[in-house]
Design a protein around this ligand. Structure first.
Ligand SMILES: NC(=O)c1ccc[n+]([C@@H]2O[C@H](COP(=O)([O-])OP(=O)(O)OC[C@H]3O[C@@H](n4cnc5c(N)ncnc54)[C@H](OP(=O)(O)O)[C@@H]3O)[C@@H](O)[C@H]2O)c1
Length: 324
């Protein structure tokens, strides 16, 4: 089964199906990793204001661009409105801060990161109450925020706008105004999001899979905090067996599964060899049987890792997207 390397977007832009994740990479480490990623052939970079490392990504990208507009055009840079900016009147300020730190004239895709909102506290993207819960803003007007993103697109400072972490009902609500250019959500073999992907397919919205390898740092941190067991995707017997059969790594099997499944993916690594490995996915193919074996690993909602439980109080927000 051949997989196209790009998703074609409105206006003929191309979103590479394998992108580079940047969450939890400290700025100095990220800068070097982005250089390695550019060298390995990545052109799609996934960032977010909330990751607090947009400036490092911007420095590495701008060194590569070297002021050449033709090189800039080859990149597809995504960043996201943080939860503390989820108010129509805050969008402009947060977007401009991202654009400034990335050092780019325009952003290729701007996403609403999550549907819930924090209070706006200058200088603090994750404001907390004394008891450790988040300072939530329950007055969120999601459609109003979405309309502001559409205005940004009209202004030419962003080429495409989309969403992340939305459920089917939220997607439909936004689609009544205008269809998002993509939906970025957690997808991997244990959390395959079959119903949501089917809904997005019906609406014609491409899916970008985050945490495609199971986000080990997050899973380890959550396991230490909650005592819950988070299986390591890279050590699942089915994945190991299929990797051996193709002389590939477990990570390559997990990523190739997503590509053959029709979704794009944005693995994160700061190791040059793993960065290369994660984009070397185009010269092997999983069989129908192997695809079925991997599909059977789905644990539905129980397979979700990034459930935002680390934002204590977010689950009470009226727009919290996940149901237990
Ligand atoms: N929209 C959202 O709310 C949201 C949420 C989560 C993530 N994201 C985006 O999605 C990206 C990817 O998700 P993620 O960072 O959560 O997790 P991930 O890509 O599933 O996993 C990253 C982990 O896997 C390790 N790794 C990477 N390649 C490997 C390989 N070939 N073999 C073995 N281990 C490997 C990395 O370690 P090394 O770095 O040491 O290689 C890191 O510990 C993020 O960076 C971010 O851009 C978005």
């Amino acid at each position: 089964m051949s997989v196209p390397e790009y998703i074609e977007l409105e206006g003929g832009d191309h979103l590479p199906r394998v992108g580079f994740g940047t969450w939890q990479a400290p700025p100095d480490v990220l800068e070097k990793a982005v250089e390695a990623a550019l060298e390995a052939g990545y052109r799609h970079f996934d960032s977010a204001r909330a990751y607090e490392n947009e400036d490092a990504l911007g420095r590495a990208l701008n060194r590569w661009i070297g002021g050449d507009p033709a090189k800039r055009k080859k990149l597809f840079v995504v960043t996201k409105l943080p939860p503390s900016g989820n108010r129509p009147e805050s969008v402009e300020e947060y977007f401009e801060a991202s654009r400034r730190d990335l050092g780019l004239d325009y952003i290729d895709m701007y996403l609403i990161h999550v549907p819930f909102a924090f209070e706006h506290v200058p200088g603090d993207l994750h404001p907390k109450n004394p008891d450790g819960s988040m300072k939530m803003d329950h007055s969120t007007d999601l459609v109003g925020v979405w309309k502001k993103l559409l205005k940004l697109k009209e202004s030419g400072r962003v080429r495409h706008v989309g969403v992340s972490n939305m459920n089917e009902e939220q997607l439909s609500r936004l689609c009544a105004v205008e269809k998002p250019a993509c939906l970025q959500v957690e997808v991997h073999v244990l959390c395959q999001q079959k119903q949501l992907i089917a809904a997005a397919n019906r609406l014609g919205i491409p899916i970008v899979a985050y945490s495609p390898l199971g986000s080990k740092e997050l899973a380890d941190a959550l396991a230490a905090k909650t005592g819950r067991d988070y299986p390591n995707l890279l050590e699942l017997p089915t994945v190991l067996k299929i990797a051996k059969a193709h002389s590939r790594t477990p990570a390559q099997v997990l990523l190739r599964y997503l590509l053959q499944h029709g979704v794009a993916c944005i693995p994160k690594s700061t190791s040059p060899s793993r960065i290369k490995e994660n984009i070397s996915l185009w010269d092997f193919e999983l069989t129908k049987n192997e695809m079925q074996e991997l599909a059977a690993l789905d644990r539905g909602e129980n397979g979700r890792i990034c459930d935002f439980a680390f934002f204590v109080g977010a689950e009470k927000h009226p727009e919290f997207p996940f149901k237990k």
